[in-house]
Design a protein around this ligand. Structure first.
Ligand code: 3H9
Length: 705
């Protein structure tokens, strides 16, 4: 057998074994499908072979088509596609699944006669998550196997289904003991070798009758909100509907046509970009990939407020036992009560089972004193956002934490170096910025201090992933990366209101763009008093601080957001629907007049969208210029997971490229002329525009400080 062969054929007595060996995930890269067909032919031609097993080498079965190949001009499709010919094999073929059978991987398995899987395996058709639909017969075979209703659910959600569930659904025929996949599959193949006729999914249509027009109409209605502006989820439904209406080959041809239309769409390109950006964000060029991580088995959280409680829940939700403490027994008790109430709300809503809640809650261990943390290997401090308070806590923690312990401070803006210097070991400290609510939001911004050791950063990044977050690295500049790049967006919202845009106009533009909720409705949800207090503090600190009289006037009128049933909108008691309020329009108009702010009536939706987002693109370029972000794609990942930026638009910087780097720069330069310094274009942006380099390729211009 040739070294480096993508597909090998071996024999175990009378069973032929087809091994796909294309690390890391056995994607169906060029050569793999043909290799499977060749191996199948070999097995069928060998009289000593009674049946065959298809298995993946390494950590997985087959994770799907090779996504990197999409959009590249490829060779014409093979005349015999593996998923068309496998179930036509006269000798039975058994798929042996471990790791993942996703997309084209599951479709390959469905084209086999039988499927055996270990309990840890996962199967699914996640194509919709990258803006396409299954294109190798998945939309035709799965509904025949498990019925169109369940198939629709799997295909439109892209969910990874655990093997045991797949077994119950009938996707998997037999569960193999963990670690014994090959021998179990071989024994299974031997057992069924002489069985006739062979089960061929394409020939069975018993389950298709439930595919009534109502089923598909209801599905379309139920996805309308989350599938806004997207085509792929609807193409998935159309293809499954075809499975119920058309003969297999015709349904498969329609699936292929829809696939070909969809794969080159902007939606699919953006989602593919997001997929790879989420993998890239984990790579830190200045940290060797084999850096040894420090242990994080025994975490502790200091501060049992809303943030600390949410962080403790993130640990517990992901299987960790975690200690939590606070300055006083009362604060700790209040914190534990809040955690309990949060879990109970989830149970009431039906999103968490009672027994799972009990298991999770039991993993959170309140301890009365810092001394109880001396056996912890990592501590996350989440106390009040004030330097003296944090310094005092860290002096105490420094005295009790064992040598080498990871010291992480949760902050949205305090200089990490100041906090680090409160300890005798600044090299062990990094910032970990959770987004609120910490147990829900995915973004986990890791902040490098000047002295932070590489392994402290690498371990923070890995720890974030272990507790279900998307980690991203930022330098220790004011506001770090995520919030700093978002701040100009918030400023433009307020300035557009001063100029005459109404909250409902701005929110509608951003919702139409794809945000789940508009920025002013979000502000009402969070509470307007927080921003008000920050503005007051900043105004006292900086003499040139640009005041925001309208935002202030709204708060001064007692409108603090949803909690007072009035903010930028009004709310009916018990109802969170934001309703435009003429009173707000009046406050805006009068405050603008009183402050000599000229209003205009010609603010277009296009101007709103570009003012908000271009301001942030410019800031992101400044952050890259200073080396406080590694790559433009990291900015994008943070916007996707921290701020609800629509995923099917790729991310802030990727989206800006769809307008064009030169146009973005020219617009910013012209607003600089009109509005002054806040629109000063980043030098780096200017260079990118001059060179015509796409924004998504922008990189740090300096070493991270
Ligand atoms: C499809 O199948 C279409 C068919 O219907 C029609 C065909 C005709 N291709 O995520 P990880 C790389 S569409 C290329 O860190 P994990 C990944 O970039 C496909 N590369 O590992 C990374 O590379 P690097 C449907 C891929 O253990 C490395 O593998 N399938 C692919 O955390 C490790 O990945 C999917 O959408 C791929 N398909 O998670 C599944 N998959 O080291 C997509 C991975 O250079 N994949 N890579 O950064 C996944 O969801 C996860 O990778 C998986 C493993 C869960 C499998």
């Amino acid at each position: 057998m040739a070294e480096g062969e993508l597909v090998r054929f071996e024999k175990d007595g009378d069973i032929g074994i087809i091994i796909v060996d294309n690390p890391p995930v056995n994607a169906l890269s060029p050569g793999v499908p043909q290799g499977i067909v060749d191996a199948l032919d070999k097995g069928n031609a060998d009289a000593s072979v009674k049946a065959m097993v298809l298995i993946g080498a390494g950590r997985s079965f087959i994770a799907g088509a090779d996504i990197r190949q999409f959009g590249k001009s490829s060779a014409p499709p093979p005349t015999r596609r593996h998923y068309d010919v496998m179930d036509q094999s006269p000798k039975p073929v058994v798929a042996a699944i471990h790791g993942y059978a996703l997309g084209g991987g599951l479709e390959t398995a469905l084209a086999c006669h039988y499927r055996v899987a270990v309990p840890s395996a996962k199967v699914g058709l996640p194509e919709v998550l990258i803006g396409i639909l299954p294109g190798a017969g998945g939309t035709q075979r799965l509904p025949r196997l498990i019925g169109p209703k369940l198939a629709l659910e799997m295909i439109t959600s892209g969910r990874h289904v655990p093997a045991e569930e797949a077994h119950k659904l009938g996707i998997v025929d037999e569960i193999a003991p963990e670690g014994k996949l090959k021998e179990t599959a071989v024994a299974f193949a031997r057992k069924i070798a002489d069985k006739k006729p062979l089960p061929v999914i394409r020939d069975s249509d018993g389950k298709l009758a439930e595919g009534t027009p109502e089923l598909f109409d209801n599905m379309r209605k139920s996805i309308a909100r989350r599938a806004r502006n997207q085509r792929a989820p609807y193409a998935c439904i159309e293809a499954v509907e075809a499975a119920c209406k058309l003969p297999f080959d015709e349904g498969a041809a329609l699936e292929r046509k829809l696939f070909d239309e969809q794969v080159g769409s902007e939606e699919a390109k953006s989602l593919r970009y997001a997929f790879f950006a989420e993998r890239e964000v984990n790579k830190i060029p200045f940290i060797p990939s084999d850096t040894k991580l420090r242990p994080t088995d025994n975490p502790a959280v200091v501060g049992a407020g809303t943030m600390g409680g949410g962080i403790a829940m993130s640990f517990a939700d992901n299987g960790y036992d975690v200690k939590i403490t606070d300055a006083t027994p009362e604060a700790l008790e209040r914190g534990m009560a809040r955690i309990k109430a949060n879990y109970e709300t989830s149970v009431k809503r039906g999103s968490l089972a009672q027994d799972e809640y009990e298991r999770r809650f039991a993993r959170i261990h309140p301890v009365p004193s810092f001394d109880d943390l001396s056996d912890c290997d990592v501590v996350i401090e989440a106390v009040f956002e004030q330097i003296p308070v944090k310094e005092e806590v860290w002096k105490k923690l420094d005295a009790v934490m064992p040598p080498g312990a990871l010291l992480y401070t949760n902050t949205s803006g305090i200089d990490i170096d100041i906090i680090a210097e409160a300890t005798s070991r600044p090299q062990d400290m990094a910032g970990t910025h959770f987004f609120a609510p910490a147990n829900v939001m995915k973004l986990f911004e890791v902040v490098k201090g000047t002295k932070t050791e590489n392994d402290v950063l690498a371990t923070a990044m890995a720890l974030g992933r272990k507790i279900g977050k998307v980690s991203g690295l930022a330098g220790n500049g004011d506001g770090f990366l995520a919030n700093r790049s978002r701040a100009p967006f918030g400023m433009e919202v307020n300035l557009l209101i001063e100029e005459g845009a109404l909250p409902e106009q701005i929110d509608k533009v951003m919702i139409d763009f794809g945000y789940p909720i508009g920025p002013l409705a979000v502000a009402d949800l969070s509470g307007l008093d927080i921003g008000f207090d920050t503005r007051r503090r900043r105004a006292a600190m900086y003499p040139n601080y640009r005041k925001q009289p309208i935002a202030d006037a709204i708060v001064e009128a007692g409108r603090l957001g949803q909690k007072t049933n009035a903010g930028w909108y009004k709310y009916e008691p018990g109802d969170r629907t934001p309703r435009p309020d003429p009173e707000v329009a009046r406050i805006i108009k009068e405050t603008a007049a009183a402050n000599g702010i000229e209003q205009r009536s010609d603010i277009t939706d296009d101007e709103i969208l570009k003012r908000l987002l271009f301001a942030s693109v410019n800031e992101a370029c400044k952050i890259l210029e200073e080396g406080c972000a590694l790559r433009a794609s990291d900015v994008d990942v943070m916007w996707l997971h921290g701020f609800g930026f629509p995923r099917y638009r790729g991310g802030l910087m990727y989206w800006a490229d769809t307008i064009g780097v030169r146009e973005v720069y020219n617009q910013i330069a012209s607003w600089h002329q009109r509005y002054g310094d806040r629109w000063r274009p980043s030098n780096y942006l200017r260079q990118l525009a001059e060179a015509g380099t796409p924004l998504k390729e922008a990189k740090a211009q300096k070493a991270m400080p």
